[in-house]
Design a protein around this ligand. Structure first.
Ligand SMILES: Cc1cc2nc3c(=O)[nH]c(=O)nc-3n(C[C@H](O)[C@H](O)[C@H](O)COP(=O)(O)OP(=O)(O)OC[C@H]3O[C@@H](n4cnc5c(N)ncnc54)[C@H](O)[C@@H]3O)c2cc1C
Length: 680
């Protein structure tokens, strides 16, 4: 190992070992130690030497997801008191932050942002152009249509703030070991038992992974998943700019992809440029990477810098002191990861902060420490829960494309229904091509392509984004009416399907389902899974296929979490196997008042209420195709869910044979023989 061996002796045990000393790890240590936990923090080099040391230090409160806003607000309050508490200066200044709009779409976005922020209890005001000029005398206001101001946002010194958290942690009893790399997370039977370091093993009840840009590789070496892409993130620092006042609020000009921060009479200008790039060193992050930066690529920022000079003309004569390029970890959906690994009990994660770890790290550390202490999420954190990660997202090629897109999206327009462009089409329903031919405009959910609406003939299946009524509303409306008045087919193939088998399958499910699942064969039970505080963990359907075999159906987006919940409750003594069969079974909902008439034309069984009652399931044939049909529907209308082997699905659902039977709803299909009930 290139770096010198540390002289310390590590303890052999701790309640919690935190891997790494960026702002996030130090925040977890600070909060846990203050609660009296025995904490060890391991840092491979020196505290703050990863992404933290070079952050610009902007700290804002508002985020579209309320749980993120609440934690960021907590973080700002913490920062404002930390110096007093620890005696360590943090550099925190509550200078406020202003955002401006340069086009009508962005103006609408800012207005909505303001309303939502007020709804979340965040103070925000609209500024007149005079007020904006007073706040930012160096700013050219030409073309600015709207400005909103958050008076309680601020800026801080990331290194000093992190060191203050570390100091607070030490004062509360935490031990921090620098130059001590964690080599491996140790787990037995799905339970964390410790960490192997370069200096030996530390046994632990909990391990927390806060490895930042190292997260993806470190997780992979421990056979867990943490899809984080390291991207290149830039800012410049100017020489002193005459006329810059102190305090000056942080300024964000989204439409020019730039933010401005006053820093001791100089300007720090950072970017979320629309040509943002990944950083993928061929052999991974170099072993000796510490307080390092990346090469500054010539010309990459010329276009945005040009706009900055026009926006703040004083820049024309100000020299640029620093061109900075640093790596930062980005996630596929732009939200950070928090929580317990779904496959390894007591392995916790706080990572992937998308260039907002200084603002979000302190709050994330607080809430994760409560999670560790209580054994469950202390509040609704579903939007950042690590269990939303889909297995395919850890793929390096996927991340190399999707990760930089997240960076580019930071300051792009955040239209409702906006679709990601990279790495699309990876997971497709077996009838994807049919849906496409029927005019589907797709949206992505848990990596699956799902039809969001159907364009009629002569209309392109393309989104036209906007804040008003969507361009596709009339087609959507027709689908809605079709299911309400007639009958429609809904492709539910992305549903997660878990086969639970074994002599103790009933015992396990009976323990975690609120509803009774000790029912006769072929009964369908709609049920929730509750935690011991009565909170809802899952909302699923269970069908009893046999005395020792059940099928659990849940949504694609919650499949990983629900699978994890089942696994967590399967004790060693139980004879139960859980298999994810989602991709071997396609699923179609047939719903609407005429669903029975429609299906009866193909079914080889009686579908009447008496012969096929609600909440039951049968193996039947639809034309030539064997399927499992379940009398259940979530549309508010009668209906069936059809489960079919994927190999049969394209034959079963053929929109090219579609007839405009009950309406011209585009997702109608005919079954089996191609004959429609109304064909006679
Ligand atoms: C140019 C730039 C500007 C930014 N500006 C802002 C901003 O204005 N506001 C904001 O909120 N955020 C900003 N950020 C983002 C911010 O820097 C990060 O989100 C934050 O620092 C992440 O903190 P962390 O603790 O997760 O990761 P890091 O600081 O990277 O810490 C991870 C630590 O883990 C250690 N480690 C890794 N593997 C191991 C191992 N096996 N054993 C032991 N230790 C290990 C590393 O050495 C490192 O110290 C910016 C980022 C960049 C690049």
């Amino acid at each position: 190992m290139p770096h010198s061996p540390p002289s310390h002796v590590l303890p052999s045990h701790a309640e919690t070992v935190i891997i790494c000393g960026g702002i996030v790890g130090c925040s977890v240590a600070y909060h846990l130690a203050k609660e009296g936990q025995e904490v060890i923090l391991l840092e491979r080099k020196q505290l703050t030497s990863g992404s933290t040391w070079h952050a610009a230090g902007l700290v804002s409160q508002f985020h579209g997801f309320p749980c993120i806003t609440r934690l960021a607000s907590y973080g700002i309050e913490l920062m404002s008191n930390l110096e007093k508490e620890t005696g360590q200066a943090t550099g925190f200044k509550r200078v406020g932050a202003t955002a401006v709009a340069m086009n009508p779409g962005r103006r609408e976005e800012l207005r909505r942002r303001k309303d939502v922020a007020i709804g979340q209890g965040i103070e925000v005001h609209t500024l007149t152009m005079e007020e904006l000029s007073y706040q930012w005398p160096l700013l050219k206001t030409d073309g600015i249509l709207e400005a909103i101001h958050f008076p309680n946002d601020g800026q801080t010194n990331p290194i000093d703030t992190t060191i203050a958290l570390a100091k607070g942690a030490r004062m509360a009893g935490a031990s921090i070991f620098e130059n001590t790399a964690a080599l491996r997370i140790m787990a037995e039977d799905g339970q964390v038992v410790g960490v192997e370091t370069e200096q030996g093993i530390i046994k632990a009840n909990n391990v927390v992974n806060c490895t930042g840009i190292w997260g993806q590789a470190f997780a992979a070496s421990n056979r867990t998943r943490l899809p984080i892409q390291h991207n290149q993130h830039f800012y410049i620092v100017t020489d002193p700019v005459p006329g810059l006042t102190d305090p000056t609020p942080v300024l964000r000009v989204y439409d020019e992809q730039a933010y401005y921060k006053e820093d001791a009479g100089k300007l720090m200008i950072g970017f979320a440029e629309l040509n943002g790039m990944a950083w993928n060193p061929p052999k991974g992050i170099p072993h000796d990477f510490e307080f390092d930066e990346l090469p500054y690529p010539d010309g990459h920022l010329d276009a945005v810098l040009e706009k900055c000079i026009q926006r703040v003309p004083a820049l024309e004569n100000a020299g640029i002191r620093t061109f900075f390029n640093g790596p930062e970890g980005y996630t596929p959906d732009g939200r950070y990861y928090l929580g317990e690994d779904p496959n390894i009990n007591n392995l916790f994660v706080a990572a992937g902060f998308n260039s907002s770890g200084i603002q979000n790290g302190p709050g994330a550390g607080m809430v994760l420490s409560q999670w560790i202490l209580r054994g469950h999420a202390p509040r609704d954190l579903v939007d950042v829960d690590i269990r939303r990660i889909q297995p395919h997202q850890s793929n390096t090629e996927y991340l190399a494309h999707r990760g930089p897109e997240t960076l580019r999206e930071t300051y792009a327009m955040h239209w409702p229904y906006k679709q990601r462009e990279t790495m699309r089409g990876l997971r497709r329903s077996p009838i994807h091509e049919q849906l496409k031919r029927a005019g589907a405009a797709f949206g992505e959910s848990a990596g699956w392509e799902r039809p969001m609406w159907f364009a009629p003939e002569g209309v392109q299946a393309e989104y036209e984004y906007g804040y008003n009524r969507t361009s596709w509303f009339p087609y959507w409306e027709k689908e809605h009416h079709a299911v309400r008045r007639d009958c429609g087919l809904i492709d539910l193939s992305p549903f997660c399907k878990l086969l639970v088998e074994g002599s103790d399958a009933e015992r396990l499910l009976q323990k975690i389902c609120t509803n009774n699942i000790a029912v006769p064969h072929n009964r369908v039970v709609y049920t929730q899974w509750l935690n011991d505080r009565g909170g809802i963990e899952a909302d699923v359907t269970v069908v009893r296929l046999h005395h020792d075999r059940f099928l659990v159906m849940t949504s694609a987006a919650t499949g990983v979490a629900d699978h994890g919940w089942l696994r967590k409750h399967r004790s060693k003594e139980l004879d139960v196997n859980i298999t994810d069969i989602s991709t071997s079974q396609a699923t179609f909902g047939i719903s609407g008042p005429r669903a029975r008439t429609f299906l009866s034309a193909y079914a080889d069984v009686d579908l009447s209420n008496d012969a096929f009652p609600f909440s039951t399931s049968q193996e039947i044939n639809l034309g030539a195709i064997p399927v499992r049909a379940q009398r259940i529907s979530y549309t508010g209308e009668s209906g069936w869910e059809i489960f079919v082997d994927v190999s049969f699905a394209p034959y079963l659902v053929r929109p090219e044979k579609r007839r405009d039977v009950v309406s011209d709803h585009a997702s109608f299909s005919t079954f089996g023989s191609g004959q429609h009930p109304d064909d006679d």
